[in-house]
Design a protein around this ligand. Structure first.
Ligand SMILES: [Zn+2]
Length: 133
């Protein structure tokens, strides 16, 4: 994986802004039902330690507790889907779409592929896992 440094990102309207100092893994595509419903299709997300994720402007960032274990960060005005994290975790999954390129990242795996919609096909050779981090 390219060890990208200082990649910025934002929500659609640009009010929530952040900077990722270091990614801990490549992009994985999550096809679980929650990711499908919140993103409109499937989620493509990378990850970083919380200490490497610097919020430049987050007063308007909202967190939605989407399950017992996790919450999702978004901006309630433009609807930008930005983050996912386990409660109490020291790391955050970061949606790849809101990142300002070039990111140096690659997609490397699918998770929850059995929950994928029936209107698209996964016709690549990336590994498939039941769940990821
Ligand atoms: Zn998911």
């Amino acid at each position: 994986m390219n060890d990208a440094k200082n990649v910025t990102g934002s929500c659609l309207c640009g009010v929530v802004k952040f900077n990722v100092k270091k990614f801990t893994r490549p992009v994985t595509a999550c096809h679980c039902q929650q990711c499908r419903k919140i993103s409109g299709n499937f989620v493509a997300a990378t990850r970083s330690k919380n200490t490497e994720l610097e919020m430049i402007s987050d007063e308007t960032l909202s967190w939605y507790r989407s399950s017992e274990e996790a919450e999702r960060g978004f901006f309630r005005v433009c609807g930008g889907n930005l983050f996912w994290r386990e409660i109490g975790s020291d790391a955050t999954s970061i949606m790849a779409g809101p990142l300002d390129g070039p990111t140096g990242l690659v997609t490397s795996a699918h998770i929850y592929d059995e929950d994928a919609g029936d209107y698209y096909e996964l016709n690549d050779d990336f590994p498939r896992f039941l769940q990821g981090d």
